[in-house]
Design a protein around this ligand. Structure first.
Ligand code: ADP
Ligand code: DP6
Ligand code: CO
Length: 356
């Protein structure tokens, strides 16, 4: 018998950012957060896991390179928790079920986008890991239960096990049992909402999210203001904006929260700079684009947001996608790698007359 399963999970991009832990072992956050799970295949982790009695240890390969699973580390916690659920929910109730919880596992994962570059690879990575083990172990678990385990791999991962608009409720119990993901609305609720991913730099970032946010918790006075006085109301307001499909409100809150997250990073000692000059130029272009539309209609049409890295995500409604890509590519030409999904460009790199 071969016991093996392969699943994949997409990244999610936060509109209200998680940045800070109150418990670094269980990964309990200092504030609730909310994200959009991307539904296309462009940014995904695909993970295969296999259990076999001949394996002598748990092992993991990430993008074809072996990563050491540290005892007591996050990867090891997730694997241990999944084995515990297998025993409790399957083996203890069905005497005929193979005792997979006693076998070691080999896990291979592949990201089809830059790893550790601020595009949420830890989110899709740990979500794919947990869902692959859940499939291997035939666990009859709802996403909420799995989110409790993915959270202990990487906080943002708990939001990638569901599609659409997902909140991570910070919870208040010291056990962390109430700190999990909740779907605010499925993807089908707002199918016209698009996310444009602008890769500014695909290199591994200098300060990991984990160490950066811990330094912020220890040193930033602004973080205390953010978690007490700002985020709770924003969670209420953005949830309403999503349920109402109110793009203007959704966009304004998203941009404000990205900017405050980067302000909090700057307020850290020593300061952390995730955005670079190109990131800031993207902000300027989107702000100017919005200014023109606010003058005409009173409403913004695009929202930028940056995670812990220089790469931009621009949320907008489908009807504006072509126009925004045109503007971004005109300001930031990238002919070599740009795939031109709308057929906007001629072979010489110039814009086609009336490109479709
Ligand atoms: P990012 O902004 O990409 O989420 P982080 O600093 O939060 O960057 O996390 C990057 C780390 O997440 C990687 O160094 C690796 O340990 C882990 N990770 C990324 N992808 C995967 C994956 N597919 N499977 C398991 N772990 C992963
Ligand atoms: C800026 O979830 O990567 O992307 O829990 O330490 O693994 P760890 O951190 P991680 O932090 C994500 C930070 C963020 C905002 C967000 O996704 O909410
Ligand atoms: Co991450």
């Amino acid at each position: 018998m071969v016991f093996q399963a392969t699943t994949s999970a997409p990244v999610n991009i936060a509109c209200i950012k998680y940045w800070g832990k109150r418990d670094t072992t269980l990964i309990l956050p200092t504030n609730s957060s909310l994200s959009v799970t991307l539904d296309q295949d462009h940014l995904r982790s695909t993970t295969s896991s296999r259990a076999d009695p001949s394996f002598t240890s748990d092992r993991l390969w990430l993008n074809a390179k072996e990563e050491i699973i540290k005892d007591g580390g996050r990867m090891s916690t997730c694997i241990k928790e999944m084995k515990r659920l297998r025993k409790q929910l399957v083996e203890d109730t069905d005497p005929n079920a193979p005792k997979l919880s006693t076998y070691h596992v080999h896990i291979a994962s592949y990201n089809n986008f830059p790893t550790a570059a601020g595009l949420a690879s830890s989110a899709s990575g740990f979500a794919a890991l947990v869902s692959s083990l859940a499939a291997l172990y035939s666990l009859p678990c709802p996403p909420t239960t799995l989110s409790l385990i993915a959270r202990q791999g990487s906080g943002s991962a708990c939001r990638s096990l569901q599609g659409g608009f997902v909140a991570w409720e910070q919870g208040s119990q010291p056990t962390g049992l109430d700190s999990h993901a909740v779907q605010i609305a499925p993807e089908s609720h707002w199918p016209t909402l698009h996310a444009l991913i602008c890769v500014v730099n695909d290199a591994k970032k200098g300060t990991s999210s984990t160490s950066g946010m811990q330094r912020t918790v220890e040193t930033s006075p602004l973080l205390q203001h953010r978690i007490k006085n700002v985020v709770p109301q924003r969670m209420v307001d953005i949830s309403k904006a999503i349920l109402d499909k109110d793009f203007d409100a959704f966009a304004r809150i998203t941009m404000a929260d990205s900017n405050q997250f980067h302000a909090v990073a700057l307020d850290t000692t020593p300061p952390i700079f995730y955005m670079n000059d190109v990131s800031r130029a993207i902000i300027a272009v989107v702000e100017e684009y919005n200014r023109v539309w606010v003058e005409k209609t009173g409403k913004v049409k695009a929202a930028y947001t940056f995670d812990a890295g220089p790469n931009a995500v621009i949320y907008t409604e489908g009807e504006n996608v072509k126009e925004i890509i045109e503007i971004i590519v005109r300001f930031f030409p990238q002919q070599e790698t740009f795939k031109d999904p709308f057929g906007l460009f001629a072979n010489d790199g110039g814009l086609k007359e009336g490109g479709k």
